[in-house]
Design a protein around this ligand. Structure first.
Ligand code: HEC
Ligand code: HEC
Length: 298
C-alpha cells in the first residue's frame, strides 16, 4: 500500500511483473516470431528486424526486408509494445493482432501474401498440429497467425528497471539521475512522454515549436487523415529501454540519444540544453532500461 501511494502521484507508472497470457499460444507465437517461414524467400523473420540483442529493434536507420530492400521507417522496439494505445509510428493498427498482418504481406518486409502464409503453416506437419491443438480446426487462417504472435508479445515486457524500482521504493536514484528526472518533468518532456510506457499513449507533432520539413515519403498521421495539421504527427514513442534502441526517430535520423534529446528539446520545447543537462537526461532515461524477459531468448 505504501509503495502504491509513493508512485500514485508520479506521471510514470511501473511495468507490471507480467500480464495474463495463454501458454500454448505464447509458445506457438514465439516459434512464429523467430521463423523465416513467414517471409516469401524464407530469409526474414520478425526477429530479423526486432532483435532482442538490439533492444527489440534493429540498430539501422530504416529496416531492410527481403531482397535487401530498404523501407522508409525506423523499426520501433517490440518490447512493451503491448502497452501502446495502438501500433506503428502513425497508429494505423489498433492492436498487436492487426499490426502483425502488416510486415508479413508488406512487399519490402516479408513479402508473403497472408493466404500463402496460412497455407504454408497448414501444410507444415508440426505447425499444423500445434495450430489444431489450439483452434480445434485443420484450417489455419491469417488471423490465427497474428493471434499467436500477439499473445507472445504480451510476454515481451521489461519490468524491474531501476526507475520502476525507485517508484516502488526499492531503489534510489543517483543525483545525476534525479536531476534528469526533474528536468524531464520541469522542461515538459513528461507532457508527451508519460504513463506506463513513458509514451505510446497519444499523437503529437514532431516540431511543435520549431517546425521540421515535411517528407511526403514517410508514414505520418497525414497519410491516414489527409489533414494539414497531421503532417509530422506520430504516435509518441515509448522511452522504455530507449538507451538500447539507437538510432532514433521515425526515420532513424538521430544516431545517438544525445542527438535525439537535443533535437527533441529544441523542436518540441524551444529550449537549447546545456551538455550537463543532456547528460542528466541520459542518466535518467537509462534508468528506464528494464529486464529483458526470458521469452525473448530462443
Ligand atoms: C523488414 C523489417 C521488419 C520485419 C521483418 C518486421 N518488422 Fe515490425 N516493424 C518494422 C518497422 C520499420 C516498423 C515501423 C513501421 C511504421 O510504423 O510505419 C515496425 C513496427 C512494428 C510494431 C509496432 C511497434 C510500435 O511501437 O508501434 C510491432 C509490434 C512490430 N513491428 C512487430 C513485428 C512482428 C510481430 C513481425 C513479424 C510478423 C514484424 N514486426 C516484422 C520492421 C520490421
Ligand atoms: C510535444 C510532445 C513531445 C515533447 C514535449 C517531447 N517529446 Fe520526445 N517525442 C515526441 C514525438 C512525437 C516523438 C517521435 C518523433 C519522430 O519520430 O520524429 C518523440 C521522440 C523522442 C525520442 C526518440 C524515441 C525513439 O524511439 O526514436 C526521444 C529520446 C525523446 N522523444 C525524448 C524526449 C525528451 C528528453 C523530451 C524533453 C526534453 C521530449 N522527448 C519532449 C513527442 C514529444
Amino acid at each position: 500500500m505504501v509503495s502504491t501511494m509513493l508512485y500514485a502521484q508520479e506521471p510514470i507508472s511501473p511495468i507490471p511483473q507480467s500480464i495474463p497470457h495463454d501458454f500454448a499460444k505464447v509458445a506457438l507465437g514465439k516459434k512464429l516470431f523467430f521463423d523465416p517461414i513467414l517471409s516469401h524467400d524464407y530469409t526474414i523473420s520478425c526477429a530479423s528486424c526486432h532483435d532482442f540483442s538490439k533492444g527489440g529493434a534493429d540498430a539501422q536507420n530504416v529496416s531492410t526486408g527481403i531482397h535487401r530492400q530498404k523501407g522508409s521507417m525506423n523499426a520501433p522496439t517490440v518490447l512493451n509494445a503491448v502497452f501502446n494505445f495502438n501500433q506503428f509510428w502513425n497508429g494505423r493498427a489498433k492492436n498487436l493482432t492487426e499490426q502483425a498482418l502488416g510486415p508479413i504481406h508488406n512487399p519490402v518486409e516479408m513479402g508473403l501474401s497472408l493466404k500463402q502464409a496460412a497455407l504454408r503453416l497448414q501444410t507444415d506437419p508440426a505447425y499444423s498440429r500445434s495450430f489444431s491443438k489450439i483452434t480445434g480446426r485443420i484450417k489455419v487462417t491469417p488471423n490465427d497467425i497474428t493471434v499467436m504472435i500477439a499473445e507472445y508479445e504480451k510476454t515481451l515486457i521489461t519490468p524491474n528497471g531501476k526507475f520502476d524500482r525507485y517508484l516502488e521504493g526499492k531503489s534510489t536514484l543517483t543525483p545525476k539521475e534525479t536531476e534528469g528526472y526533474l528536468l524531464f518533468k520541469t522542461l515538459g518532456c513528461i507532457s508527451c512522454h508519460n504513463g506506463v510506457n513513458v509514451g505510446g499513449n497519444s499523437y503529437q507533432k514532431m516540431g511543435v515549436i520549431v517546425p521540421i520539413k515535411h517528407n511526403a515519403h514517410i508514414d505520418d498521421r497525414f497519410v491516414l487523415t489527409g489533414r494539414e495539421q497531421d503532417k509530422n504527427v506520430f504516435k509518441v514513442p515509448t522511452l522504455r529501454n530507449i538507451a538500447r534502441t539507437a538510432p532514433y526517430f521515425h526515420d532513424g535520423s538521430a544516431g545517438t540519444l544525445k542527438k535525439a534529446i537535443s533535437t527533441m528539446s529544441y523542436h518540441n520545447l524551444g529550449v537549447k540544453l546545456t551538455p550537463s543537462e543532456i547528460d542528466s537526461l541520459i542518466a535518467f532515461l537509462t534508468t528506464l532500461n528494464g529486464e529483458i524477459p526470458a521469452q525473448a531468448y530462443p
